[in-house]
Design a binder for this molecule. Structure first.
Ligand SMILES: [Ca+2]
Ligand SMILES: [Ca+2]
Length: 366
């Protein structure tokens, strides 16, 4: 019995010890309360992160807005530019339409006037033509129509039927090769600046030559410059055409008949600048003279007077007695279809030496 009581007392004491110890010894495992605390801090961490994220997102959005604002300004700017471009395009379109209409009107008039000329005078028997000096074409005596009665230029109006004595005219424009030979014959030095490298081929038409130098060259070979009327007759033939080849435009049907400026690019006809003489067999005049329209414009013997066509000279006109400019005919690689007409009169001071004017010679025939 004593033993049993002692055991009970021991048990009670042990339990008390365990209870006291449980109060004094810190727990090593996380309590329920600690777990809750972690959850709370995780919650705050998430909230903090969310807040940060939101802040970042807001900042990003702000930046985006700023960018948008910027791009808004840009788009306003580009809109303005776009409008300006549109306006410019419309203007170009209007000008193109205007030009197109003007060309159509001009072409209509040109066709009508060409049709009026469609009256082939008795063509000369060219087979019976006298054989002239080498490189020259014989132009028989007879009448031709000089000038025209329409168009924007007035210096080539009115038209007049003119009689010319027979003559020869160079079949081609005087070439670089011919001029070099002439200089050599005369023991003259080739002026260094006379030709550009690309345009110095022997068959290129000569340019950068004054009227006096052209005269000197012709005289050396017992020739002379053609009068303005001679130049026009050799080009227009016996049926008075406006272009050497007839009444088609120089590029009609996609076929180029002269070296000129077709509009969009000067080189569309194959040549940006001068071409070797005789490059357009389809552009030859009825008499067989080459490059009367285009390639290089040509000096003639006559002084220029805008009113000269008013003077009623019916036979072998030689131009006014004096003047300040010499007549230049035929247009060159730089002119458009309108200025390529055989009736267009140009003029330049005789001392001019440029990239646009060359010449050919003529000679009396018996
Ligand atoms: Ca050309
Ligand atoms: Ca020419």
């Amino acid at each position: 019995m004593k033993k049993k009581n002692a055991r009970n007392r021991m048990m009670i004491l042990t339990l008390c010890f365990i209870w006291i110890a449980s109060l004094l010894i810190p727990a090593t495992a996380p309590s329920q309360e600690d777990t809750s605390k972690d959850e709370v801090s995780e919650k705050y961490r998430l909230m903090y992160e969310k807040m940060k994220k939101t802040q970042k997102e807001k900042e990003k959005e702000k930046e985006k807005e700023k960018e948008k604002e910027g791009s808004g300004k840009e788009s306003k700017e580009s809109l303005r530019k776009k409008k300006e471009k549109q306006k410019a395009m419309e203007l170009v379109k209007k000008r193109q339409e205007k030009r197109k209409k003007a060309k159509e009107a001009w072409l209509k008039k040109f066709r009508e006037e060409s049709a009026k000329l469609d009256r082939v005078d008795t063509p000369p028997n060219l087979k019976k033509s006298k054989k002239g000096p080498q490189g020259m074409t014989y132009i028989p005596a007879g009448k031709f129509m000089r000038g025209q009665d329409w168009g924007e230029w007035t210096d080539n109006q009115p038209s007049r039927v003119i009689y010319l004595n027979p003559y020869y005219i160079d079949t081609y424009e005087v070439t670089v090769g011919q001029y070099k030979a002439y200089l050599k014959e005369n023991k003259k030095k080739v002026p260094f600046s006379l030709w550009d490298d690309d345009l110095s081929g022997d068959n290129q038409p000569l340019f950068k030559v004054t009227w006096k130098k052209a005269v000197d060259f012709c005289n050396h070979y017992d020739k002379r410059l053609p009068t303005e009327a001679e130049w026009e007759k050799a080009a227009r033939g016996w049926d008075d055409r406006y272009y050497p080849w007839g009444s088609a435009l120089p590029d009609e049907g996609g076929e180029y008949r002269a070296n000129y400026d077709p509009g969009i690019s000067r080189g569309m006809d194959g040549f940006l600048y001068t071409a070797d003489v005789g490059s357009y067999d389809n552009g030859v005049s009825p008499y067989g003279v080459h490059d009367m329209s285009g390639n290089i414009a040509e000096w003639t013997a006559d002084w220029y007077d805008a009113d000269y066509y008013q003077v009623k000279v019916k036979k072998n006109p030689k131009g006014p007695e004096e003047g300040t400019q010499k007549v230049v005919r035929g247009g060159g690689y730089d002119v458009n279809y309108q200025n390529l007409l055989l009736t267009v009169r140009l003029a330049a001071k005789p001392n001019v030496s440029n990239n646009f004017i060359g010449f050919r010679c003529a000679k009396d025939a018996k």
